[in-house]
Ligand binder design. Structure first.
Ligand code: SAH
Length: 538
């Protein structure tokens, strides 16, 4: 049912670029079928030594290059649901404790005559529950003042942040969530060509920057480290470029940091004779590598290139809904029996409504806003963009953002994916990925509002971006030296990256139509104006 409703017919490569460029081969129906049947991943098998010698080679075989994949762009969840978590995980207990304890405190305040209790959304509470919790209330009174202005349902943004990045049990924190055995697959995991093309972009920008002797190459949210590994392998012949690199991985998950360490073939080497100071080097490029949990922690003062692939979609969003009381905020609450989570609407505009929704709407036309009953706003994306723009403005360089989304206000896109299937957002928090469409127009406005020394380019489609950078030539070069099985895999990967489609599963609506991430994923660049217009946004 889900598959059928999502498999809308889509024109073959409907974007301008790939209609005009000659395609190296026709889409392979067989390979698309084999993907959708969830078979064992096929692999490519070069020896590691060959691979490092030549960027024409195929990448490491230790991870799947063909596997079940999801373009997380096609589904809008129905919001008004109540769900039964199977058992209370640590994260569920934590979420409930935030919502419930603060409610109890707020009630205590109200009874004592504080009107701040008004700020708490109590409409869903019944008297019998209040009585049950009177005991707890007494215990909490001593801390009333500390929590005076908070309580009750939490915003969707708070929920999303806890679910994804809670330091103990967030979705990303303790597990490898990528690939066929995980929850979803991303472009770098689909084909080595993706990271290689980002490498081409990075080298072009470095040229435009005047070939600085040192460059901070920062990746935000590197997942398994696959993109960076393919970028470094692909650029390994360009000695002058690779010797300038200082790699900075911005990653909140200790588990994924370890995977990135091994993907980059890192070693720790002593900096001084007694071995008391060490640095980490990637054997793929000889570059120093360091890890940070936020962009702010990356030292300033060096020309910078930033890559953010599928990072913005994981940043927490607020959801607003038009009601008879005006625009209110959608919140996450526990149900009356305390077993489930559910969505409730704030009885009045929240501070986030006044601040973030108002700000976002200032960047849109009245007609655009009037058409919508739901709006999503991502203040963290605005803050991150401010940081990126300021950094690029002061240090030179540029940033590349690739994600699925739209060049305008996003309405209602939050989705949860577990084991390659869409699930309910409030089910078993921490067991499914939550992500939302990226609002590229908001990124553009956010960048421009903090600096006049930067320029913003795009978005263009992923298909255009990869096409202009030469993915057609790259796939042809790789096909020259491939076995039949590898060739099949390369072609499939190619179509997944540049093909058109909206469905979350790699299954075209009919046998002739390939689908892929080519048009739903968009690329945008923010660069220091000194560099001129970046390739391929001219
Ligand atoms: N870029 C990778 C992974 C995308 S998934 C790819 O395309 O395959 C999102 C990545 O961002 C994960 O590595 C996740 O752990 C990381 N992440 C999510 N939220 C983060 C945050 N607030 N701070 C740092 N890293 C974060």
């Amino acid at each position: 049912m889900l598959r059928r409703s999502l498999s809308r017919a889509s024109p073959l490569l409907s974007n301008g670029l790939l209609q005009t460029l000659p395609l190296p081969f026709a889409p392979s129906t067989r390979s698309l079928r084999s993907l959708s049947s969830h078979t064992t991943p096929q692999t490519l098998n070069p020896s590691p030594s060959q691979e490092e010698e030549s960027h024409e080679n195929l990448r490491d075989s230790s991870r799947p290059t063909v596997s079940v994949s999801i373009d997380r762009s096609g589904l809008h969840n129905s919001p008004e649901h109540s769900h039964n978590p199977s058992s209370d995980s640590e994260l569920v207990k934590h979420l409930k404790s935030i919502i419930k304890i603060l409610l109890v405190i707020a009630r205590a305040l109200e009874r004592r005559g504080h009107r701040h209790g008004e700020a708490v959304f109590r409409q869903s509470r019944k008297k019998d529950r209040e009585e049950k919790e009177q005991k707890k209330e007494r215990r909490c009174k001593s801390r009333d003042v500390e929590f005076e202005f908070r309580g009750g349902p939490i915003s969707v943004a708070e929920y999303m942040e806890e679910v994804l990045t809670n330091p103990h049990s967030g979705f990303y924190i303790n597990q490898d969530v990528f690939g066929a055995g995980g929850d979803f697959i991303t472009s770098p995991e689909v084909s080595q060509m993706f990271g290689e093309m980002i490498g081409v972009w990075t080298m072009c920008l470095w040229e435009q920057m005047g070939q600085p002797e040192e460059v901070n190459l920062i990746e935000l949210g590197p997942g398994r480290g696959t993109l960076m590994a393919d970028l470094l392998r692909g650029s390994s012949k360009f000695v002058n470029f690779k010797k300038t690199l200082h790699i900075h991985m911005v990653e909140c998950s200790p588990t994924l940091q370890k995977l990135q360490y091994s993907a980059l073939k890192c070693v720790d080497e002593a900096v001084n004779e007694d071995g008391s100071t060490k640095r980490t080097i990637s054997m793929l490029s000889g570059s120093p590598v360091s890890w940070h949990s936020t962009l702010e922690q990356v030292p300033l003062g060096t020309p910078t290139i930033i890559i953010a692939h599928e990072f913005y979609d994981a940043l927490p969003i607020h959801q607003f809904q038009k009601s008879s009381r005006g625009w209110c905020e959608k919140m996450v609450d526990v149900s009356e029996d305390s077993l489930n989570f559910r969505f409730v609407l704030s009885p009045m505009p929240t501070p986030a409504t006044l601040l973030y929704l108002r700000k976002r709407c200032q960047w849109a036309s009245a007609e655009e806003v009037a058409k919508l009953d739901h709006i999503e706003v991502c203040p963290k994306a605005m803050e991150l963009t401010h940081q990126i723009a300021k950094r690029i403005s002061s240090d030179g360089g540029g940033a590349l953002i690739i994600d699925y989304g739209k060049n305008g206000i996003i309405s209602d896109s939050l989705q949860a994916i577990q084991k390659h299937k869409f699930v309910n957002i409030l089910d078993n928090p921490g067991s499914a990925d939550l992500s939302a469409y990226v609002d590229f127009a908001s990124i553009r406005h956010s960048a421009k509002e903090v600096s006049e020394h930067i320029s913003v380019h795009g978005p263009i489609t992923q298909s255009q971006f990869l096409g202009y950078l030469g993915i057609n030539f790259r796939v042809e070069a790789l096909l020259q030296n491939s076995t039949e099985e590898q060739a099949e895999s390369l072609k499939t990967g190619y179509w997944q990256l540049v093909g058109d489609g909206e469905a979350p599963f790699w299954e075209g609506p009919n046998e002739q139509t390939p689908i892929g991430m080519g048009n739903r994923y968009l690329a945008m660049a923010i660069v220091n104006k000194k560099q001129g217009v970046p390739v391929p946004f001219e």
